[in-house]
Design a protein around this ligand. Structure first.
Ligand code: HAM
Length: 410
């Protein structure tokens, strides 16, 4: 038997319904916040992610799916959406004479060669936004509150963990002090962190293995090394969030796993679990990828992680099940299905020449609220039998009133 690839999954049943609900809500929110849909390729030049996500990130170091195509080109399945959207922004020269922020949103599959586990897949889906062209803290607040409000609408009680990583210069200063401090404790850090100290020392701060150790608790904190402007900007963001009723907590150890961030970074978390989403400001990614300096901010959320924690109360019931036995009744069923659907009534019927008894069973399995029981005798009198599948009451309704009747009882 051929099985699905490791770390991948088939989206079916209730999870598929949850997925559709998430997508509907994301589309609706993107519309009212005025973000436009963008779809970029599933694979891009390997170079884009090396330069974009960053050579020193775990993602590029050990998690990308890289391949050479038949023409000898180096490509990588996208591990995230930001680099592709920024590539498009530069390629289509959307920065030229920019008079408004370019606001894009996306929903799509991403690929990371991670150890599969709950909330960690090799193929997973993100929705996210990228807002390109402004450094205004108001935009940071918009992006954060958009992600927060979508998760709230999905019934999730998330908290925003937020931090200020400062400017690249601030970070360089802080890095020196941090490395000096961590060097003294290197033997007590986990194996990964012993490597990170050379490649990306800030990542040690949000290491999951060492998170409870006193070494990290007593480490110098970045907020002591930030310049005045970046502190003011950060406080302004928090100020806006207060007015937007966003529940946030400052987390001095939040660094995030992608190299392109500066200034504000954040994650959306339920009390215990993995992050449902995260994002931040990346004011130097456009220039790193060959465009001009354009300040940007964005976020992405993992749909599978949201599905795992969403309530299971998705309604899959149908409104009407139409029962028929002979050809004349089947003919009528065909017409009625069309009329019901034109009125947005969710309906289904027997497609397998089932006995009446089996049709009752199928209707129950589909949780039909109403049964239309067609029979030739009724039809010859211009009537249709309708049964309420919950109270079990039956009535005969004139054929030309059937749609109005159904609309009145569902
Ligand atoms: P990220 O934190 O790497 O950020 O991913 C965002 C979200 O994708 C995570 O919070 C998580 O919910 C989900 N996710 C990540 N990896 C996996 C996985 N292996 N399996 C299931 N879900 C996963 C980014 O990707 C940035 N591009 C976000 C961003 C946009 N920053 C600025 N703009």
């Amino acid at each position: 038997m051929i099985t699905k690839p490791k770390g991948c999954y088939d989206l079916t049943g209730v999870d598929a319904k949850k997925y559709q609900k998430i997508v509907d809500i994301v589309n609706a929110y993107a519309k009212i916040y005025n973000y436009k849909y963008i779809r970029t390729p599933l694979f891009e030049s390997t170079e884009l992610f090396k330069r974009g996500v960053g050579d020193s990130s775990d993602i590029v170091q050990k998690e990308t799916y890289d391949f050479i195509d038949r023409g000898g080109r180096n490509y990588t399945l996208r591990p995230e959406g930001t680099a592709g959207v920024v590539r498009n922004f530069i390629e289509d020269k959307l920065y030229g004479n920019q008079t408004s922020v370019v606001k894009k949103y996306y929903i799509g599959s991403m690929y990371r060669y991670e150890r599969p586990g709950l909330g960690r897949n090799r193929e997973f889906t993100q929705f996210g936004v990228e807002a390109m062209g402004s450094d205004d803290p108001l935009l940071d607040a918009e992006v954060i509150s958009l992600s927060y409000n979508i998760l709230k609408e999905l019934g999730l009680d998330v908290t925003v963990k937020i931090n200020n990583l400062g400017s690249p210069k601030d970070r360089e200063n802080y890095k020196k002090v941090l490395v000096e401090y961590l060097d003294k404790h290197i033997n007590n850090l986990c194996e990964d962190c012993q490597k990170r100290i050379k490649i990306n020392p800030l990542r040690i701060l949000d290491c999951k293995v060492d998170s409870d150790s006193d070494i990290l608790k007593n480490a110098p904190i970045i907020s002591d090394y930030l310049d005045k402007l970046s502190t003011e900007r950060f406080n302004q963001i928090l100020n806006y969030l207060d007015y937007l009723d966003v529940d946030y907590e400052i987390d001095n150890n939040l660094v995030r796993g992608l190299d392109y961030y500066d200034y504000m970074v954040y994650e959306l978390k339920l009390s215990s679990s993995l992050a449902l989403g995260g994002g931040g400001r990346y004011n130097h990614l456009v220039s790193t990828l060959g465009g001009p300096e354009v300040p940007c901010v964005g976020f992405a959320c993992g749909i599978e992680r949201i599905i795992n924690v969403m309530e299971d109360n998705i309604n899959e019931d149908i409104d009407v099940y139409i029962m028929h036995i002979n050809d004349e009744e089947k003919y009528k069923a065909n017409i009625l299905l069309q009329d019901l659907r034109l009125n947005n009534i969710i309906c289904d019927t027997n497609f397998m020449n089932k006995s009446l008894k089996s049709q009752f069973k199928e209707a129950d399995n589909m949780k039909a609220k109403i049964l239309i029981i067609l029979n030739s005798d009724d039809l010859s009198k211009g009537l249709i039998t309708v049964k309420d599948n919950i109270t079990k009451e039956e009535v005969k309704v004139p054929e030309d009133e059937i749609i109005d009747y159904i609309l009145g009882v569902i």
